[in-house]
Design a protein around this ligand. Structure first.
Ligand SMILES: Nc1ncnc2c1ncn2[C@@H]1O[C@H](COP(=O)(O)OP(=O)(O)OP(=O)(O)O)[C@@H](O)[C@H]1O
Ligand SMILES: [Mg+2]
Length: 269
């Protein structure tokens, strides 16, 4: 049954270019194989929601794709480049096109919001301070923070403001592809919905591709174009929210058609 679902939802009919292609990826720690021959494609301009039970390897996959964890086997092609055949200069050029918002430790606590946003600029670009200040100001505005937030430290911000500031940092170098690991966790439903709207707006205006790990059913229903479900060490099912609602795989069924999900479906009707 699961196999049938997977076959039905391949990307064959979608002509958009894949900006990320993961093929037969295996990742593990000692005897613990976390991902086993996993396959995944992310298409240009889409918001892909990535779900799965806690501990199934969503963050491990994201960190492996970002080369922060080693893979045992498989290939990762990102923005047209293959990791294994890339030179150092190509890697740096690629990293500049990727924005990341990590699940934990979103900002450096000893730096202000402005300084946090300027970290990637300092790492990759050689710009005068006044230009970096202007760029940071624009990013702060882009994510809907007040200008005063620039000189605040993370401890002086609310959870929602921290997420926005972390998003501003992820956007510092105008990336093509952004990775967001649980961007709305810890936010109240209104704050989370506002954040989702912001992500959708940025995708539409900046042409971003968004890879979003999330447990947030509202986000999955409202902003994700496609959803991939991680289970049994691989992508178990992928497709639209309608595909998820029609899927009989037990975890997918209880997740998308459980009590919490039904309340959201009713709200949207
Ligand atoms: N650096 C590491 N060393 C050893 N094991 C690790 C490491 N990082 C992750 N793991 C293990 O890999 C598995 C997957 O972890 P991961 O953080 O990817 O889960 P997740 O799907 O992101 O969960 P959650 O939804 O709770 O964030 C877990 O069993 C975890 O303990
Ligand atoms: Mg995680």
């Amino acid at each position: 049954m699961v196999q049938a679902v997977i076959e039905k939802h391949t990307d064959a009919g979608d002509k958009r270019e894949a900006v990320l292609s993961v093929r037969d990826l295996t990742v593990g720690f000692g005897d613990h194989v976390v991902l086993d021959n996993l396959n995944l494609e992310v298409l240009r301009g889409e918001i892909l929601g990535f779900v799965g039970a806690s501990g199934t390897g969503k963050s491990v996959l994201m960190r492996t794709v970002l080369r922060l964890l080693p893979k045992r086997s498989g290939t990762i092609e990102i923005l047209g480049a293959d990791y294994d055949s890339m030179g150092e200069a190509e890697r740096i050029a690629l990293d500049m096109r990727l924005g990341v918002l990590f699940q934990h430790g979103a900002l450096f606590s000893a730096l202000t919001v402005r300084e946090n946003i300027q970290v990637p600029m300092r790492e990759y670009l050689d710009l005068p301070q006044d230009l970096m200040d202007e760029l940071a100001r624009l990013k702060i505005e882009l994510v809907g923070l007040a200008p005063e937030a620039a000189e605040k430290y993370p401890s002086e911000l609310s959870g929602g403001m921290i997420k926005r500031a972390a998003l501003a940092r992820a956007l510092a170098l105008d990336p093509d592809l952004v990775f967001l690991d649980e961007p709305t966790s810890g936010l109240d439903p209104i704050g989370a919905a506002e954040f989702d709207e912001l992500i959708a707006k940025l995708r539409d205006t900046l042409g971003l591709t968004v890879y979003m790990v999330t447990h947030d059913l509202d986000s999955l229903f409202s902003v994700c174009d496609r959803i991939a479900v991680l289970g049994k060490k691989r992508v178990l099912v992928k497709g639209t929210i309608e595909d998820m609602l029609a899927c009989d795989e037990p975890w997918v069924k209880s997740y998308f058609r459980g009590k919490r999900a039904r309340a959201i479906v009713r709200e949207q009707d």
